[in-house]
Design a protein around this ligand. Sequence first.
Ligand SMILES: [Fe+2]
Ligand SMILES: [Fe+2]
Length: 551
Amino acid sequence: MRPIDPPGGTGTHRSPDEAPIRVYRLASPTAADQEGPSAAILAKFRVYLPDRPGSLASFATTIARAEGNISFFHYDRSIHSSRVAVEVQLDDEPRLEKLLDTLKKNQFQIMQQETQDDVLVTAVESILDIKVRLANRPGTLAAFARLLSDHEANVIYMLYDEDIDPESAHIAMVTKDPREIDRLLQAINEQGYHYRVVYRGSDEQEASTIIGLKMVEKFFLRLKKLLPASDIAEIKSLVESSRDLYQDLVHFATEAGNNLEAGDVFETVLTFASRSRSRAGNTFSATIMGPLRFPDRVALWGFRLPTSENFYLFQDKDDLTLIDAGRGIYYTDIKNLIKKQGMDPSRLRQIYITHPDTDHAGASGYFEKEFGTQVIMHPGSADVIAHMNRAAGATHPGLLNLNKYYTRLSIRFTECLFPSQPRYFSTAGAGSRGPFSVIDQFSIGPLRFDVLESLGGHTPGMVFFLNQEFGLLFTSDFLLNVPSLTAEEKEHLGIYRYLLTNPNRDSRVYKDETAALKTMMLDLDRVLKSRGGHATIFPGHGAYYAADMKL
Ligand SMILES: [Fe+2]
Ligand SMILES: [Fe+2]
């Protein structure tokens, strides 16, 4: 087979993606080959088809009208939603010319822009994947494609390769209404096609193995296993309302696929974070811890939000201070919660942030905006906020992209608002506690706090707050009190897997830090016990607990 120029002889015919149409002259068929169809020309090209029902039928009809026989056809919507690779055999050059003309007239070449699909497959029940026998002659595919088109079935995958099997095509399709699949199968039967069902929508199969689905659809199918339909509908409408968000979700799902184990954990955490959307407002509920009193003037409350994260509130006379602020989506609920305890949220003077994750810092920007509350955080948080990447500035950059898209999605899904004018802790250093630098100090009423700089195991810009006098340590995502969480809360946090492979920047450092914090608190506990006191750990998830308690 030798390549020849397309008709016109200039070699300038180009398919829409600028790759030329390659045309080959086929060797004359021998007498022995005469039983099957014969052809003189083979044209290979790629064409853009709109991702909607009927597209394939219209394309295949165009080829049939030019008396072309399709010998290879490959379309996989999960790779490219509108690109088809095709090879067509034709009897002579005038027919090739006619084909190219007809394609052009039918505008198959001018569709250059990828458009966002109006169809997002989120129900496996509407997917059908079959291998069907199609006689190897012009028009067969067109006839079958018309049948699919009649039932508004959108082809999401198709492979036909004459060299592999000249009479069989592998086609996956999706209908808007799952019941249409039954009617379509009935029609295929009535018209006498022979076929074998490869897959027919069932939740048992892992979404990742279904062909022709886009990454974003595989993500939604995974959500379906974890969240109720109402939650998914809300997330889906949010994603469909924003091209950027849609793209972020595609990138996130791609990165999760590239980093299987971590990707799985991030997907789970994001899935449960997304659930916060349905737990705000009418269905909001919180666990209230405390108040504890230090010594009798300052009260300390802990509040556990529906998706397991805590924020802590200090009341010193009328002035209020928070340690962390919870997710942005709960902002109104958080204000109501504070009011219900008889306090006035407009009296919030400061919010000290442990680290710039959305579950701890997400509502802080709303307090700043509404009440002018000052938000104080580690300067390392600035990078995270500016780049919308919780791994930003990491010296150990692994999973940078996965973290980036996770952060962006988590911010949007949970309506995180970081402060626009945060104040940063000094990092000048004023001594150390174990392996941790004491970088700054602050007071809440008579209580003095040391700001301990994390070694970076979880996120950049992370700190712990330690009051030595009363033995209080605020650890956020370290030393979590897992047993105190309800089954649903554990599920929200994806806690067990979170702890094993978790969204930490460096799991080894995370383990070392955990051990160092524990040792530090046990040492402090011994000192305080000799004076009749004890040390207490205030984690970001789960109840606070005595430092010597074995979890
Ligand atoms: Fe965190
Ligand atoms: Fe957290």
